[in-house]
Design a protein around this ligand. Sequence first.
Ligand code: ATP
Ligand code: MG
Length: 749
Amino acid sequence: MDYLSLLNPSQAAAVMQIDGPCMIIAGAGSGKTRVLTYRIANLLEQGVDPFNILALTFTNKAAKEMRARIEKVVGGAAAKNLWMGTFHSIFARILRSEADKIGFPRSFTIYDTQDSKTLISQILKELELDDKLYKPGMVLGRISAAKNKLISVQQYLNDPVIRQDDEAALRPKIGVIYQQYANRCFKAGAMDFDDLLYQTNVLFKDHPDVLNKYQNLFRFVMVDEYQDTNYSQYLIARKLAAKERNICVVGDDAQSIYAFRGADIQNILNFEKDYPELQVFKLEQNYRSTKTIVKAANSVIKNNQAQLRKDVFSDNEEGPLIEVLKAASDNEEGKLVANSIFEDKMSHHLSYDDFAILYRTNAQSRAMEESLRKLNIRYKIVGGLSFYQRKEIKDLVAYLRLTVNPNDEQALRRVINYPKRGIGDTTIAKLINAAEESNHTIWEVVANADQFLPTRTANPIVDFAEKIKAYTAVAAKEDAFEAAKFIAKNSGMIEELYADKSIEGLSRYENIQELLNGVKAYTEDPEREDKTLGAFLQDIALVTDADTKDAQQEGEAVTMMTIHSAKGLEFRNVYIVGMEENLFPSQMMITSRADLEEERRLFYVAITRAEKKLTLSYATSRYQWGNLRSCEKSRFLDEIDPQFVDFKFAATPSAGPGESPFGHVFERRSNLLPTPARKTVAKGYTPPADFQPSDTSNLQTGQRVEHPKFGFGHVTKLETVSGSTKAIIEFEEVGEKTLLLSFAKLRVL
Ligand code: ATP
Ligand code: MG
């Protein structure tokens, strides 16, 4: 295939360069990812063995798309054997064959963020530390930042600057928590997401022979979205390329949006120092967007001081002006956006796939969803609560994890008494104590419970351990599907869920079936070599936010996602919603210039996703925690050169806070008025097909909720009487209801 004709001269030059280090720093939509793709195709055509090429992408989805494209150019077989994927998935795979060298089992578990937070909460309890001061998410953030800078526990504990920092923040114990956390993960044979990179660095540092092996394997290393790599990733790439020095990185400093996760713009500057013989390519022509969109994006990013100067231009059509929609409330904003999508689709004969709604935070999707549903517009949400975060799925996955790695402490705690088998919290606490005191893992204590506990208490625990041992034996013989099916049945989970005949129970049961379908598809995929349960678990542990899109049902639909997940993607028509101060830029990001500049880069990323038409919207009032707040439009709106903007004002009459999202106006109840006759079911409300109740243990007054019968409402009061909590909820359509939280099927919004 003559792909050179599909490239401009600078792109072609970057594709043809083969030997030595190379960096492509270029603007959004200028074909960076396209160049990487054809570079790989070119290497393959030159006879390079696909096993010798390592290409690191930002999402699994990006890797999949790149592989498909390469397959078209050079044919199937070669493309399949490329090492292509995210940093996390590639190095998880490498660790799976090398982990024993650093003391981890090859069948190590990957802890997700929730596992990590739960473990930190447990450690806080054991250390008798206040979890209000040491918020688990914040502590995990500190530990994560340390790991991404390759700061070991010992270094953390001994570094006077870090100690001063933590002491000044009145949190002197973070080092100790980090130490405990690392120990517990190690004992449980578990790694969290940051460990996948951290431990790879440990492996390469302590085992030069292993590093040498991979240096010889990966003769060509390529990294997309290089501006968002952190130090840990930078070092892995540098070490792997140290011998052959065939490394090519691609990025755009104007799109660096992950500093909060440790991404470091210095990595671009370091790159020039590391490889003085570096060839640099600049691409300035944007092929994605209209002239209007490109010029508007340039006018915004100009406001950043810390920026390499680039002149991005487009030869595409001028295109329509950027529309700005102003709404009186968040509900009305949803309506305006939904109407606009509907009209554009009809008048330009588009598909809903052509549209994306981007927002700063996941929570904003709700008002949009209501409006889209009202107009019967199909949508899919990327990120948010994914399939694998649902309770029943996590439960079954915990069984599967235990089967592969019985030391997995978080999985063990999750299912040791689920379905109920009479193992109480006190007994579990005793087991943990016994493990700590005897320096065994919890599993070792569980498997020998009769030695630690009186027979009557020990019996159900021993039975549980026998079950898990039996599962491990099955998993050693059978493929992932057979093993998972056996475990789902034998554990009693299927029976338990089947017995629950409520709508929610049914959907949980179906979710388990869906998971088993997924395992089956995995084992039947001819491209999978390793069909074991362990391999399947690794695969699902690494599903990223941006990947969940593919898991949704078929059919054309508007895509909704955060701007962070939209990186690298493109859509014909893009809506950026919630253009308000304190929302975008986020309240947390306006106190320093560096933060504000990161926020502005995020806006730049959002604008440059659009091909033909861009629409921005904001509301002058918005519900937050049940209260109506007035909002000011975002400063970013004023930064766009006004010649590219068409300010539209609310087309529909202003919708007050009392207006139902379902079109008809109703009276908001006031305490001074007599209670109106209650409706028992919200007539204008249809629950979404995928309605999932969520965990209400942290429910707070003011929070917005959804109920499959009563519709939307907000919590006005919470009362706990003899252990059970009642919530008084003001539903928008049916008025006030008092619900017992342990029974109510509520979705917290
Ligand atoms: P981002 O910064 O958003 O990641 P990028 O620089 O990686 O963007 P690509 O996604 O590779 O850009 O390309 C943007 C769009 O322009 C794609 O649709 C791509 O197919 C198209 N494109 C790139 N180069 C050319 C070209 N030479 N001729 C025609 N179309 C091109
Ligand atoms: Mg790209």
